[in-house]
Write a protein that binds this ligand. Sequence first.
Ligand code: ATP
Length: 308
Amino acid sequence: VFQLSVPLNFLGSMYRELRQSLLDMETLFNLQKVNVQVKDKPNAPPLVLSKGEIKFENVSFGYRPDRPIIKNLNLTIPAGKKVAIVGPSGCGKSTILRLLFRYYDVQEGRILIDGQDIRDVSLDSLRKAIGVVPQDTPLFNNTIEHNIHYGNLAASKEEVHEAARRAHIHDSIQNFPDGYKTMVGERGMMISGGEKQRLAVARLILKDPPLLFFDEATSALDTHTESALLSHINSLVKAKARTSVFVAHRLRTIYDSDVIIVLKEGRVAESGTHEVLIDRGGLYGELWSAQETMFKDGEGTAVERRVG
Ligand code: ATP
């Protein structure tokens, strides 16, 4: 009996390991909507980053041929600057990030990073250069520690905890049943949307990529935690002069950007700083007034005090 049970146990644990990694892959692939049609060109060289400038040149794209989403889009995201992409729901903001990450390829035009067409460089090097805090972060069925560590597997445990502190999630983790060893994901403890977002920021801090994208990255946080985390993200971005792109609904989270790009129906409607766009009295002005009115009826804020 003893002789038999050893290999069976062994097989059982192999099976569990295998099953777990399959689940992890599925979660990641489903959530990141990986498009298998996007492939490396033969012998594609790695992306070489110098300054971190991103350019869209005459880009057109639609998920379906009969329904264009991005239409002849031209825009420049200057190196080392904080740029926001805003605009009405469905105008294509998240699509821009998906195109940059090459989840899909453009149908016309090209996207350049430091002068290199992203279709000409290896996917691996492109995705390594970019860090994303998405709307919904994929979690591995593993410990919370592993989920942060995944940002940079070479980091030490101390660095993982430091990243968690900087993302304002360390204290919450301390209160989880097994601290950093608490299992999360589909088969572990359910963590809140706001905790997931902070976990994603911790993962990003640990990865420390040259290009940073935030897709509604703080939308699930309360106003207080949100402004604390945003000011930390700001100092991080500014200290290292990282090119960072924020897709946002709530304008008060991005009004201090170096450039605000306002999209409408897949094209740039206007762009500039908050002050310039407010003076202009166009679409941004309208969106800002509408949100401020809603806000004044609601909770009241730090931004009102700082800007208003
Ligand atoms: P929101 O502010 O509401 O998040 P958005 O500006 O980020 O919107 P996108 O997510 O870029 O908009 O979507 C633009 C349009 O493309 C929407 O009409 C959406 O329904 C459509 N769309 C998005 N993803 C897909 C997809 N995988 N397949 C087909 N259509 C899609």
